[in-house]
Design a protein around this ligand. Structure first.
Ligand code: SAM
Length: 283
């Protein structure tokens, strides 16, 4: 296995391939040697597991995943990294690269095709410019996966893993909690990356629920109400929902009262049960 945490090895590979980092694609590669083995191990990758990775970069996490699991399929948008990964992962016959934008792929079809009959986990150091859209796509697609272990910016990790109904929570907290049990695993300093970003990061694991914890007649409406309640989070939930969705404020307040929620509550005061009850009442 090449030492892909070694800065001179990385520089040598990248310069031979004429590669320069793209800020737009969120290319900050991990160079702290202790992070990838830990992340791979905590992700649930291992014997009998198939792993979907998003954004392998030069393959530093990928090679750890390949070393411990049955199969790794990585989706990388940047075509310039295809020959780089060909070199760095040479010798792993359980690796497959898909050169595509993860947001454009049908991931259910990909998992059915590549991992039939296997336990599947997702493990990735996500490009930060699309952290929430990628996480929401993975969860909303209702993929047959056990867990999603991802590196994200520290602030995003804290928001996602906050308790719903507390000040630290937001729309993404409630949305993620709908599908999974989130856990903050460990923090990673900005200096662990090349080039170093301005902020620290953290690895989180979303333990995907096999059975839904919350049963709703209209999931789409539930997410619309959460987003609307947090859209103007300094206002009361009633004000934020009525002005964002263009609903009559008196009717929103009536719905809140029917759910035994104070009409002056803010979105950050509402629990998952409050949101699910509201979604059944607001028309
Ligand atoms: N996994 C590598 C590591 O830890 O060093 C690289 C992580 S880097 C933060 C994010 C990677 O995601 C880059 O390789 C970037 O090109 C890729 N990427 C960015 N947008 C993407 C997208 N929409 N679909 C797939 N890959 C993407």
């Amino acid at each position: 296995m090449k030492n892909l945490s070694n800065i001179s090895t990385i520089k040598d590979i990248l310069s031979r391939h004429g590669f320069s980092f793209s800020k737009k694609l969120g290319q900050n590669f991990l160079v702290n040697p202790s992070v990838c083995p830990r992340m791979a191990e905590l992700s649930g990758a291992g014997d009998g597991a198939g792993v979907l990775e998003i954004g392998p970069g030069i393959g530093v996490l990928t090679q750890e995943l390949c070393a411990i699991s049955d199969k790794v399929v990585a989706v990388e948008i940047d075509a310039r990294l295809v020959p780089v990964l060909g070199e760095t992962l040479e010798g792993f016959d359980n690796f497959k690269l898909i050169n595509a934008d993860v947001m454009e792929l049908d991931l259910n079809e990909l998992i059915e095709r590549e991992f039939k009959g296997m336990k599947v986990v997702v493990c990735a150091n996500l490009p930060y410019y699309i952290t929430s859209p990628v996480i929401m796509k993975l969860l909303e697609s209702k993929l047959p996966i056990e867990a999603i272990t991802v590196m994200v910016q520290k602030e995003a990790a804290e928001r996602i893993c906050a308790e719903v109904g507390t000040r630290a929570g937001g729309a993404v907290t409630a949305a993620v909690n709908f599908y999974s049990d989130p856990e903050l695993l460990f923090k990673v300093s900005a200096g662990s990356f090349m080039p170093a970003p301005k902020v620290d990061s953290a690895v989180i694991r979303l333990n995907v629920r096999k059975e839904p914890k919350y049963v709703l007649t209209d999931e789409e409406k539930f997410f619309k109400i959460i987003k609307a309640a947090f859209a103007q989070r300094r206002k009361t939930a009633a004000n934020s929902i009525s002005s964002t969705l263009g609903r009559d404020k008196a009717k929103v307040i009536k719905a809140l009262e029917e759910c035994k929620i104070s009409p002056t509550a803010r979105a950050e005061n509402l629990s998952m049960d409050d949101f699910t009850a509201l979604a059944e009442r607001i028309i």
